[in-house]
Design a binder for this molecule. Structure first.
Ligand SMILES: Nc1ncnc2c1ncn2[C@@H]1O[C@H](COP(=O)(O)OP(=O)(O)OP(=O)(O)O)[C@@H](O)[C@H]1O
Ligand SMILES: [Mg+2]
Length: 252
C-alpha cells in the first residue's frame, strides 16, 4: 500500500477518505543486536470509521503487539500509524497521551481497573485527565455505569466485584471521553459465556447505536462472525482477511 504523507492527505482533503485507524508498513522489534526479535513484520491495515474488525491468529503471532501499536499505547519500530487523521508516529509522549485519551478506549482481557479506586472513580479518571472535557465527570460516570447496568456497584472497588462486573466497568471507562475507536484485547477471554455475552452485547450495541469503530482481538470464531471483517495474523504478518457474510461491504 502506498504511504500517503500526512500533509498530502490534508491537501487532498475530502478526496481521500481517512480511516479511523491506519497502519502503513508497521514493524515492531524487541531487543537489539543478535537478540532482536521482529514481532510485526510490515503491517498495512486501514480500519474504516464505524467498522467492527476482528483480529485472529495463534498465540504469539503479534496480535496484542499490533493492538498496542494501533492504539498508540506502544511505539512502532518503523512505519506509520494514523489515528483519526493524526499521524502519531513521532509524537511526544505528552501529545500522544492526549490523542489516546480523547480518541481511544481500551478494554483489556484482565480488566486493568485501578484497585484503590471505586467503579465510579475508575470511570471518572479518564475525564479528569482530559483537559478539554466539558462534561461533569461525576454525572458522566453515573450515566455510563447505568448504561452497563452497574448503578448498584458505583461505590465498589474492583476486588468487591465479579469479573463480569469489572469488565463492564472497564467498558464504561473506555467510553468515558466518548472516543471514536474502542480496542478490545480478548475482552471476553476471562469471562464465562454469560458474562462474555453481556460484554459483547454492550460492545455490539455501541457500534450499532453510536457508530463507534471497534477493533477486537479474539480467539472466539463466534465473536469474529459478529464483526464486519476478520484479519488473521501469522508470525507477525497479516495473512488473510475476510468480510463476514451478511455484513455490508465497507469498501467500494
Ligand atoms: N516486551 C517484549 N519483549 C520481547 N518480546 C516480546 C515483548 N512483548 C511481546 N513479545 C513477543 O512478541 C510476540 C508476540 O506477542 P503478542 O503478545 O503480541 O502475541 P499475541 O498474538 O497477542 O499472543 P496471545 O494470543 O497469546 O495473547 C511473542 O513472541 C512475544 O514473546
Ligand atoms: Mg495477546
Amino acid at each position: 500500500m502506498a504511504v500517503v504523507p500526512n500533509d498530502a492527505r490534508l491537501e487532498i482533503g475530502h478526496v481521500h477518505t481517512t480511516g479511523a485507524i491506519e497502519a502503513h508498513g508497521v514493524t515492531k522489534s524487541y531487543g537489539d543486536g543478535e537478540n532482536v526479535t521482529q514481532v510485526l513484520k510490515g503491517i498495512d491495515l486501514v480500519i474504516e470509521r464505524g467498522e467492527m474488525l476482528a483480529i485472529m491468529g495463534p498465540s504469539g503471532s503479534g496480535k496484542s503487539t499490533l493492538l498496542g501499536c494501533l492504539s498508540g499505547l506502544d511505539t512502532v519500530t518503523s512505519g506509520r500509524v494514523i489515528i483519526n487523521g493524526t499521524d502519531i508516529t513521532n509524537m511526544s509522549e505528552n501529545a500522544l497521551a492526549s490523542v489516546r485519551n480523547r480518541n481511544i478506549g481500551f478494554v483489556f482481557q484482565t480488566f486493568n481497573l485501578i484497585g484503590t479506586l471505586t467503579a465510579q472513580e475508575n470511570v471518572e479518571l479518564p475525564i479528569l485527565l482530559n483537559g478539554k472535557s466539558k462534561v461533569d465527570p461525576s454525572k458522566r460516570a453515573r450515566e455510563l455505569l447505568d448504561l452497563v447496568g452497574l448503578s448498584h456497584r458505583r461505590k465498589h472497588r474492583p476486588t468487591q466485584m465479579s469479573g463480569g462486573e469489572q469488565q463492564r466497568v472497564a467498558v464504561a471507562r473506555a467510553l468515558a471521553n466518548d472516543p471514536e475507536v474502542i480496542f478490545g484485547d480478548e475482552p471476553t477471554g476471562n469471562l464465562d459465556s454469560k458474562n462474555g455475552e453481556a460484554v459483547m452485547r454492550l460492545l455490539t450495541d455501541l457500534k450499532l447505536q453510536t457508530g463507534k469503530t471497534l477493533i477486537l482481538v479474539t480467539h472466539d470464531p463466534n465473536i469474529a462472525a459478529r464483526c464486519d471483517r476478520t484479519v488473521n495474523m501469522q508470525d507477525g504478518n497479516l495473512t488473510s482477511e475476510g468480510v463476514t457474510e451478511d455484513h455490508a461491504p465497507r469498501r467500494a
